[in-house]
Design a protein around this ligand. Structure first.
Ligand code: NCD
Length: 304
């Protein structure tokens, strides 16, 4: 495997190895401080990011490597009309590995075909976000201790939320995983995921509009932001943005062992009072993102 474009580029065994590697990095950070000495990561971000870009950069620095890149399309030659293909053919002259986020679905795939260095998809439009999924899987493993036998509630913008799309594709491969899809009708999961992923794999799932009615059944509540930038009109966004707000009152009927995940950024969908609850693990999740990206960089660069 040269690139990570889709979470299905990794087998479940490879995911287990990455989780193990991340756990070892957490336990023995000193063993990793020189692993990427003289290596460079390029972060090519054509869309806004805080956690994904900074955790990639922190990951490379903690491995002893260096980072180059840009954090908005306007500060790169994309603003002058350069193609993604030409951009990556240039960047491979300067870097050993590329992490790319792009508003166009498929842009990292195109990039990976045009360059010999590994390309990591750091989010492509409303499509996929495999490194967020690795982050989520490491978090579930560390918080709950298993990736099978789980009832997972996915709540919010299931239509445009790329983190949800990649997470579903990853989780259907584990035994006895059930989904409760909680969204307004307008933001339901795309048909292709229902037909080609859930139904095809005989995965148990229900679709509902009610968070209150479902929360007591969940092992994991995965909250998401309504993806403003993917809406065609402002009025629809305004109407839908505050459909779900997780509050301590709603959390009262959840299991004590349930965990609340959120890829972040949060807008209104989790009230800040929930942050103090031990079940809220989204900031621990953000930290896990750095460790799993360290493991991924090592794997793609072929460093043991
Ligand atoms: C997510 C993304 O960019 O898709 N953020 C992230 O990478 N942690 C989620 C979001 O923007 O809502």
């Amino acid at each position: 495997m040269k690139d990570l474009i889709d979470i299905l580029d990794l087998s479940t065994d490879e995911i287990d190895e990455l989780i193990e590697s991340a756990n070892d990095i957490i336990k023995n950070p000193d063993n990793y401080r020189e692993k990427c000495r003289y290596k460079k990561l390029a972060t090519l971000f054509f869309e806004p990011s805080t956690r994904t870009r900074l955790s990639f950069e922190a990951a490379m620095y903690e491995l002893g490597g260096n980072v180059i890149g840009f954090s908005e399309a306007n500060s790169s030659s994309a603003a002058k009309g350069e193609s993604v293909a030409d951009t990556v053919r240039t960047v491979e002259c300067y870097a050993d590995i590329i992490a790319m986020r792009h508003p166009k679905e498929g842009a990292p795939t195109v990039a990976s075909m045009k360059t010999k260095v590994p390309v990591i998809n750091a989010g492509d439009g409303g499509h996929n976000h495999p490194t967020q999924t690795l982050t989520d899987l490491l978090t579930i493993k560390r918080e709950i201790g298993r990736l099978d036998n789980l009832t997972i509630g996915l709540c919010g913008d299931l239509k445009f939320g790329r983190t949800v799309h990649s997470l579903i594709q990853a989780m259907v491969r584990y035994p006895n995983v059930k989904f409760i899809m909680i969204s307004p009708k307008e933001l339901r999961l795309p048909e292709y995921l229902i037909n080609e992923v859930l139904l095809r794999n005989n995965v148990e799932f229900v679709e509902t509009e009610s968070l209150e009615d479902s929360i007591s059944q969940l092992d994991i509540l995965y909250m998401t932001r309504v993806q403003k930038e993917r809406f065609f009109n402002e009025a629809d966004y305004v109407r839908l943005k505050d459909t779900y707000v997780l509050t301590p009152e709603k959390l009262a009927s959840a299991k004590q062992t349930m965990r609340v995940l959120h890829p972040l950024p949060r807008v209104n969908e989790i009230s800040v009072e929930v942050d103090e609850d031990a079940r809220a693990c989204y900031f621990r999740q953000a930290l896990n993102g750095k460790f799993i990206r360290m493991a991924l960089i090592l794997k793609l660069l072929g460093i043991k």
